[in-house]
Write a protein that binds this ligand. Structure first.
Ligand code: GLA
Length: 657
């Protein structure tokens, strides 16, 4: 053992004496000859809509600006403070101008713009390329483009979001170009952000209309289903983006409460990789430390703001796991290894596969932890459920850091209080130098016991190799609704000692009772839903739990069932002892438009499905045999046309056991 440590330490001294290849981690500076103009990089800032909707006033907007300054967000790059819908009086003034709502913005918009400018910030405003805005609380800009653009310029506005509601069916390109021309005519530099929802492929004509941004989809909501659904619609759009014109997958939901911190980190990293505008949409005054550190992660912001502006794209899609990559202006590659599955898993990619120049060695920076390691070419990472590893990778001439090491702690998604489960640890060395003299420990909670000693010695893990060991964890006197296992590893490298930790959690489940079980009363293993939570016994109301209406499909009302919004997935533990599933499924009548498709999976295999069902169509009776099935998944997709208005129900959903 000692001998290995000695050898490793000697190698470290040798490596440290050589010059360091690669370039600094921070984004390379824009070349001095390229003067920066508005829109050269994706704008960053805050927008009132996602958190406050119409509940806005000048104090709230000023508070947001103050917090941008005090929280350090302004200095991290967040510059625009954007007021969304509902800021103006319902009617124009006698001379045809917009004016700020007297109650909500008594000091007027010019004063608000001054407030921003005094603090090194900029002001954004909103209207619609229609007769009214979406909330119908104020006039839209259609046929008033010149007067409105000039009013905004006179007030000192720096950014206009131009929505698509109440557009009278008039051609989009014409409507949006008119406002683009009007803004140009004012002579004031303003970011012009089209909010056309991707209906007429604005990535093809957005730039010519004068815009620097174009929304590519319908509205985001604060849910995993919505965020991933929007992500999927970005595939293939990367070729249309670049300095001066950006695809906009909508504003950030980070910190709004509907996703986990791991999900928000994925959202933020993927939006940065997509060169999306980074417009925070949370209440800045109450944000958690986790939200703040996500939004202020400078290494990830640097991906978004890289001066070359090459939008990242999906390199590989393995179903539940995805690899996304973005070429950076300094020759490095940024990558997001994204785990969409319900359990933590290992994701692997080759440096050359994501576009890093082939080399003997690679410098790897983990953009969440800041840790720098070395890889011989493989990037193996252990990624939590719905989480993502974000790496920036540079070619290097020789190893100059401790090896990239993955510490995986595998545990099942669920456990019962009557059976043991397996927890497995794996230490993988993806570097070019060994790791040695390791000590690994497994921790199990009170009420559970691991077989054998919880510690294990790892003499050496050579480059490209793994060490692994599994423990059987038995219930002794279990309690609580989870069993969380933890692990730590300490080992030596040529660059000193390293410590890693890992944890994983299994939900404690119980088999359903014999007989007919309504699923509205059954616990969920997990649930995902496009807007608001999955509702029990009512339709989907889009926001809070319990805000739905009676379930109604094709004119028929049902007393029971599950109300969902595309895209949605509900997982149930059914324990292998049930025989059948039954439900009447369809689009809920509360939305006059929308289209959805239902799918039932047993242990990941399709058991039943519908074709696309549209608003107003009668319910379809969906049944499936469940013999031997452990986990049932109820899935709702958007019918292939985006998830707008997709309210749907699993009416009278039951399992017979
Ligand atoms: C539309 C937009 C949203 C928001 C609302 C305001 O739905 O797409 O981003 O601006 O209008 O009403």
């Amino acid at each position: 053992m000692r001998r290995h440590v000695f050898l490793l330490l000697s190698l470290g001294t040798f490596a440290a004496a050589m010059t360091v290849p690669g370039t600094p981690a921070a984004a390379a500076e824009q070349p001095y000859f390229a003067a920066q103009r508005a829109g050269d990089r994706p704008p960053m800032g805050w927008n009132s809509w996602n958190k406050f909707a119409c509940d806005i006033n000048e104090q709230r907007v000023r508070d947001a600006a103050d917090t941008l300054v005090t929280s350090g967000m302004r200095d991290a790059g967040y510059q625009y403070v954007n007021v969304d819908d509902c800021w103006a009086e319902q009617n124009r003034t006698a001379d045809g101008k917009l004016e700020a709502n007297h109650t909500k913005f008594p000091s007027g918009i010019k004063a608000l713009a001054d407030y921003m400018h005094e603090r090194g910030l900029k002001l954004g405003i909103y209207t619609s390329a229609g007769t009214l805005t979406c909330q119908k609380t104020m006039p839209g800009g259609l046929d008033h483009e010149e007067v409105d653009a000039q009013t905004f310029a006179d007030w000192g506005v720096d950014y206009l979001k131009y929505d698509n509601c109440n557009n009278e069916g008039r051609p989009a390109i014409e409507r949006y170009t008119k406002m683009g021309d009007a803004i140009k005519k004012t002579g004031r530099p303003m970011i012009y952000a089209l909010c056309e929802w991707g209906e007429n492929k604005p990535w093809l004509w957005g730039r010519e209309s004068g815009a620097q941004l174009w929304r590519t989809t319908g509205d985001i909501s604060d849910s995993w289903g919505s965020m991933t659904g929007i992500l999927d619609q970005q595939v293939g759009l990367e070729k249309y983006a670049g300095p001066g014109g950006w695809n906009d997958p909508d504003m950030l939901e980070v910190g709004n409460g509907g996703m986990t911190d791991a999900e928000y980190r994925s959202h933020f990293a993927l939006w940065a990789l997509l060169n999306a505008p980074l417009l925070a949409g949370n209440d800045l005054s109450t944000m958690s430390a986790a939200t703040k550190s996500t939004l202020e992660n400078k290494d990830i912001i640097a991906l978004d703001q890289d001066w070359a502006g090459a939008q990242g794209h999906k390199i590989r899609d393995d179903g539940d796991t995805e690899v996304w990559a973005k070429p950076m202006s300094d020759g490095s590659t940024a990558m997001v290894l994204f785990n969409r599955s319900d359990v933590a898993t290992t994701i692997s990619a080759k440096a050359t596969e994501v576009g890093v120049q082939a080399s003997k060695s690679y410098r790897v920076r983990d953009l969440w932890s800041g840790a720098e390691t070395e890889s011989a070419g493989s990037l193996n990472v252990w990624v939590p459920r719905h989480g993502s590893a974000v790496y920036r990778v540079w070619p290097a001439r020789f190893p100059n850091a401790a090896p990239l090491t993955t510490f995986a702690l595998q545990a099942p998604e669920y456990a019962t209080t009557s059976k043991p489960f397996t927890a497995a640890l794996r230490l993988t060395n993806s570097g070019s130098t060994p790791l040695a003299a390791g000590l690994v420990k497994l921790g199990v909670p009170a009420g559970w016991k691991a077989d054998g000693r919880p510690e294990a010695i790892v003499p050496i893990v050579l480059p490209g190799k793994s060490w692994e060991r599994a423990w059987t964890v038995k219930p002794v006197s279990p309690n609580g609704d989870h069993v969380t296992v933890t692990a730590s590893a300490e080992y030596w490298t040529a660059w000193g000692q390293r410590k890693l930790t890992a944890d994983n959690s299994a939900l404690i489940v119980k088999a359903p009772s014999p007989g007919v079980n309504p699923l509205s009363k059954a616990p969920f293993l997990s649930s995902e839903n496009g807007w608001g939570p999955v509702e029990r016994g009512m339709s989907n109301g889009e926001t809070e739990a319990g805000d739905g209406k009676p379930i109604t499909i094709g004119g028929v009302t049902y007393d029971d069932g599950l109300g969902v919004h595309a895209t949605s997935k509900i997982r149930f533990y059914v324990g292998g002892g049930c025989t059948s599933f039954s439900s009447f499924v369809g689009h809920d009548d509360e939305q006059p438009v929308g289209s959805v498709a239902f799918q039932v999976l047993g242990d990941g295999k399709e058991l039943a499905k519908t074709d696309v069902l549209k608003a107003g169509q009668p319910a379809q009776h969906l049944t499936a045999a469940l013999t031997g099935v452990q986990v049932l998944d109820l899935i709702l997709t958007d019918g292939g046309d985006g998830s707008t208005s997709d309210h749907a129900d699993w009416a009278d959903a039951t399992i017979t056991c």
